[in-house]
Design a protein around this ligand. Structure first.
Ligand SMILES: CC(C)(COP(=O)(O)O)[C@@H](O)C(=O)NCCC(=O)N[C@@H](CSSC[C@H](N)C(=O)O)C(=O)O
Length: 342
């Protein structure tokens, strides 16, 4: 008896319905071709290399079809972009499915920062534009890592914007990854909308803030906006049961703000979706602590020591990367971090 959704539909049925009633992203077919090429290249040239799909950034829920307003999910993309660098360092090939304009591996060190990237540059006496001396060493290291990833075709960057884009892309990429079998890993760090406006209820044009129509009829008084959202299908179960390669490892992130809910909600997700690992994090402490929750009921907190919790040192992703490399749990041997049971 296949597991059923809350609404009684068999798991996956609701997701199928979603894909029939919402249009795919315009870029989907070009992304599919890029992903097929990427996977084929690694199947042919590095048959033992693991490939990880890292999702990163927040999905949007448009309020109008010709979108002027949208509901966004919190995520700068730091977790995904930083983890992608550590996966590349550990020898993985990375498909980086990310919110358009969110942080990217390597360039994240210089984009979006409070100081403009021009602050890292200077004009030499002979007129050449150069990187300021104090930034040269770090930028050289980042540039070498970036070129290594690019020259060896180890990093594929694919953008999304809306939750519908994300779900179509995730399904396509998971299916394209099927030939990888147990060399495929899914690291779902994107902040995915739980609610959306179905196509048939979506306004076509910009929602007016006053109650007069195009002809200027009506009082012109400002109006309330009441938004009625439906739940996004629980796609993780469909990913685990049908889209993802058999034998692949699936890691999802659980984001909460209330500490008393985090571990139980992560355990609930594992029980519901039967994947391999949930990494729980609290909005307020996500930069320096996470908890690994597995189906054996164990919870292992990974914390960056206080001394290393500066903004510039991305401590927790390095620790997660090391733990991940050992496929999570049997030996969480983390330099610099502390692992506490329970
Ligand atoms: C978003 C952050 C906190 C990283 O932040 P930045 O470094 O600023 O990017 C990430 O660590 C995270 O928790 N990501 C996952 C957040 C999320 O939406 N998780 C979902 C689970 S994955 S979406 C699963 C879907 N709702 C379903 O149930 O099928 C949840 O908590 O419910």
């Amino acid at each position: 008896m296949p597991p059923h959704q809350a609404n009684g539909l068999p798991a996956g049925h609701e997701a199928d319905d979603y894909f029939h009633t919402n249009p795919p992203p315009k870029a989907l077919s070009s992304h599919q071709s890029l992903a097929r090429e990427f996977i084929q290249y690694h199947l042919e040239n590095s048959p033992r290399r693991k490939v990880v799909l890292v999702t990163s950034g927040g999905t949007t829920v448009p309020l109008e079809n010709q979108t002027v307003r949208f509901i966004d999910n919190f995520s700068a993309g730091t977790r995904g972009a930083t983890s992608a660098e550590y996966f590349l360092q550990e020898g993985y090939a990375v498909i980086f499915l990310h919110r358009q304009f969110s942080l990217l591996p390597y360039s994240r060190h210089y984009s979006h920062s409070t100081n403009c990237f021009l602050d890292f540059m200077d004009e030499a006496e002979d007129g050449r534009v150069i990187v300021r001396k104090e930034y040269q060493d770090k930028m050289r290291r980042v540039l070498q890592q970036y070129h290594h990833a690019k020259d060896n075709r180890l990093l594929l960057l694919l953008p999304f914007t809306t939750v519908t884009d994300y779900l179509f892309e995730l399904r396509s990429l998971a299916v394209i990854m099927q030939p990888l079998g147990n060399r495929a890993l899914f690291y779902l760090a994107a902040a995915v909308s739980d609610f959306f406006i179905p196509r048939e209820r979506m306004e076509e044009h910009k929602i007016q803030s006053r109650d007069n129509d195009a002809g200027g009829q009506g009082s012109g008084a400002s109006r309330q906006l009441v938004v009625n959202l439906d739940p996004v299908p629980k796609f993780l179960s469909t990913l685990v049961q049908s889209w993802a390669p058999k034998g692949s490892m699936i890691v999802s992130f659980k984001l909460e703000t209330n500490p008393s809910l985090l571990v139980s909600k992560a355990e609930q997700a594992l029980k519901r979706y039967h994947h391999d690992l949930v990494i729980g994090n609290l909005l307020s402490t996500r930069k320096w602590e996470v908890v690994f929750v597995t189906s054996d009921g164990e919870e292992r907190w990974i914390r960056v020591p206080k001394a290393r919790r500066s903004k510039s040192i991305s401590g927790v992703e390095e620790l997660v990367g090391k733990a991940e490399r050992k496929h999570g749990m049997e030996h969480v041997d983390l330099e610099g971090g502390t692992v506490t049971e329970g």
